[in-house]
Design a binder for this molecule. Structure first.
Ligand SMILES: NC(=O)c1ccc[n+]([C@@H]2O[C@H](COP(=O)([O-])OP(=O)(O)OC[C@H]3O[C@@H](n4cnc5c(N)ncnc54)[C@H](OP(=O)(O)O)[C@@H]3O)[C@@H](O)[C@H]2O)c1
Length: 225
């Protein structure tokens, strides 16, 4: 499977690229608005894996080229650019591509972080789904995992990943659940349709506020028992 991480040069993209390159045989492609930045970051990820004795290939391409032919595309860009990024690469998306949105809208004030959905949608995930072509499946996932924790390959993970998607996209959700299970320590948990994304995304500012107020919880995530 070809997995493209648009904006994979950033924090969550780095964590997912490193983990999937280490744990799977999938073709991992880092996307960027700039070709050189994509190539440099991909080389950096390969070098990090090589330092651990792992011979892995990670490609780096401009976002549109990264998305072309990808089976699964992760929109690892800040929420305010997610819809524009989808529209910019829409024509390159394969007929049955899966688009994964981990984006969370937040504001910050003196009290901490607060959930802030886009003006015309209940959640960023639904906003992304509206911007995406009808032929692709949109799945929400990875909203509540710390990117720093993912990117630190010495960290043992222990977190649930809430996966969102409609009934018609059940196969796409299963693919995302499989990719989640491929990372040791992550357990996919079905959180229902995209209309539940508001609640899932809203957990993230809570986690960040907890991390800010508790020195030993800097990488806090969610687990359900
Ligand atoms: N950080 C976390 O712990 C975390 C956890 C869960 C979910 N998330 C979500 O994941 C998404 C990415 O978060 P992040 O922390 O990885 O973000 P980030 O590091 O700030 O940015 C990721 C990438 O987005 C691209 N980008 C920046 N401005 C852009 C623009 N105007 N248009 C298109 N692309 C742009 C950049 O790539 P290029 O310059 O290479 O194009 C950048 O490297 C966010 O939506 C966030 O809510 C983050």
């Amino acid at each position: 499977m070809r997995v493209a991480l648009l904006g994979g040069t950033g924090d969550i993209g780095e964590g997912l690229a490193l983990r999937w390159a280490r744990e799977t045989d999938h073709e991992i492609v880092v996307g960027s608005r700039k070709a050189e930045k994509a190539a440099d970051k991909a080389a950096e990820y390969e070098a990090e894996l090589a330092d651990r004795g792992l011979d892995r290939e990670v490609a780096g391409l401009p976002n549109e080229a990264a998305a072309k032919g990808a089976d699964l595309v992760v929109l690892s860009v800040p929420p305010q650019y997610a819809a524009d990024t989808v529209e910019g690469i829409a024509e390159a998306l394969a007929e049955d591509a899966i688009l994964v949105s981990p984006a969370v809208g937040m504001t910050r004030d003196e009290d901490g972080f607060h959930y802030n959905p886009p003006p015309n949608a209940d959640s960023v995930t639904e906003y992304v789904a509206e911007a995406a072509p009808d032929r692709v499946s949109v799945v929400g996932a990875f909203h509540n995992i710390s990117a720093n924790r993912l990117a630190d390959l010495d960290e043992d993970l222990d977190a649930d990943i809430l996966v969102l998607g409609g009934e018609k996209d059940e196969d796409a959700k299963e693919t995302v659940r499989d990719l989640t299970r491929a990372i040791p320590g992550l357990r996919p948990v079905d959180a229902g349709p995209l209309s539940n994304a508001h609640e899932v995304e809203g957990i993230t500012p809570l986690l960040i506020n907890i991390a800010m107020h508790n020195d030993d919880m800097s990488h806090v995530g969610v687990t359900f028992h």
